[in-house]
Write a protein that binds this ligand. Structure first.
Ligand code: GTP
Ligand code: MG
Length: 323
């Protein structure tokens, strides 16, 4: 199992001044289970959760900050070193890998958006299989977490794709951990709990399929838009934090809205608008084409040129298709 360098194991939260057993328990229940999480918490949130006064919460946070290495400026060299740890995961299609500069990057969120049947869920299945493959096959030799919000995870598809890559289907399935999210709140909690799984397994890929479907159906109408965007924003940042701490790929899917009156004007706009767009580092727009083919377009990348390419979906999974 890979060691997580960022983890501060030396201190437990009970060691913080003013944190007794009862407070510690309340904090843990709410996911504040290590020094780093408390160090970056807001005093208001911490006070609300643990039932202590805000002044006491500030003291706890300040103490946590002393021990956790947060809020420091990093030199360009340190950032470069961290970027050197970035690994790339193959999509199964050389065309799409090339468009992405080699594959999906760790420490970033990659969003696949497109209409129903455009292949988003198929690509998520393929990424899950690929992540279990060894590095010489452009995988991570890692376990995978999938947050499935639409009940579209199909183990049978994993078996087909694993066979096509000459992998043992049972061993592959054993490394893919799926949690069904029943509503947006549950989805947010599962993303927060992903860190617990990462302490037990080597997780280098976290998938959320779909990122937005629950938010879309639960927060309907203009009045709830601000709240929806705020929650989605927090969720995206939780995901990005996981990707950064564990050097993992985050892959999410997003439908395009068909109803311009409810969403953001352009009928081909992904749900969640700017919030999702600004937090996702890579965005790929998928369109259906003939005979199992899909057109993948890279949008708004920070340093890669925009462009598009063709991928193919078959029983074996995602590939370039026949030349
Ligand atoms: P929504 O979740 O509804 O927004 O769609 P999506 O983008 O997730 O679509 P999904 O990935 O589920 O794509 C479904 C499509 O993939 C099907 O309509 C088929 O065209 C294709 N597909 C899925 N399984 C197979 C397969 O075994 N063989 C082939 N040839 N195509 C498949
Ligand atoms: Mg889907």
């Amino acid at each position: 199992m890979e060691k997580n360098e960022k983890e501060k194991k030396e201190m437990s939260i009970e060691d913080l001044p003013g944190v007794g057993d009862a407070t510690a328990e309340k904090l843990r229940e709410s996911g504040y289970d290590d020094i780093m999480t408390i160090a970056v918490a807001s005093p208001k949130d911490l006070a609300e959760i643990s039932g202590i006064a805000e002044g006491a919460a500030i003291k706890i946070i300040n103490a946590a900050r002393k021990y956790a290495d947060v809020g420091n400026f990093e030199t360009g060299e340190e950032i470069l070193n961290k970027r050197k740890e970035i690994k790339k995961l193959t999509t199964g299609s050389n065309n799409l890998d090339n468009l992405l500069g080699g594959g999906l990057e760790t420490q970033s969120i990659t969003e696949f958006f497109g209409e129903f049947g455009s292949g988003k869920t198929q690509i998520m299945h393929q990424l899950a299989v690929n992540a279990t493959m060894p590095p010489d096959k452009k995988g991570f030799d890692s376990d995978v977490l999938i947050i499935d919000t639409e009940n579209t995870f199909r183990p049978e598809r994993i078996v087909q794709m694993a066979r096509a890559k000459d992998l043992d289907p049972d061993q592959t399935l054993e490394r893919i951990h799926v949690a069904r999210a029943y509503n947006s709140h549950h989805q947010i909690l599962l993303a927060e709990k992903a860190a617990d799984m990462a302490k037990e397994y080597k997780i280098k890929l976290l998938i959320v399929d779909s990122l937005t479907s629950h938010f879309r159906s639960e927060y309907v109408g203009r009045g709830s838009l601000a709240e929806r965007q705020q929650l989605l924003n927090r969720h995206m940042h939780d995901l990005l934090k996981f990707g950064t701490i564990y050097n993992a790929v985050i892959a999410v899917t997003n439908q395009v809205s068909a109803n311009p009156a409810v969403f953001f004007g352009d009928p081909m706009n992904p749900i969640g608008g700017n919030i999702v767009g600004h937090t996702a580092t890579f965005r790929i727009y998928l369109r259906k084409a003939k005979a199992g083919k899909r057109i993948a377009r890279l949008i708004d990348s920070p340093y890669l040129p925009e462009g598009e390419t063709v991928i193919t979906i078959t029983e074996s999974g995602i590939s370039d298709g026949e030349k």
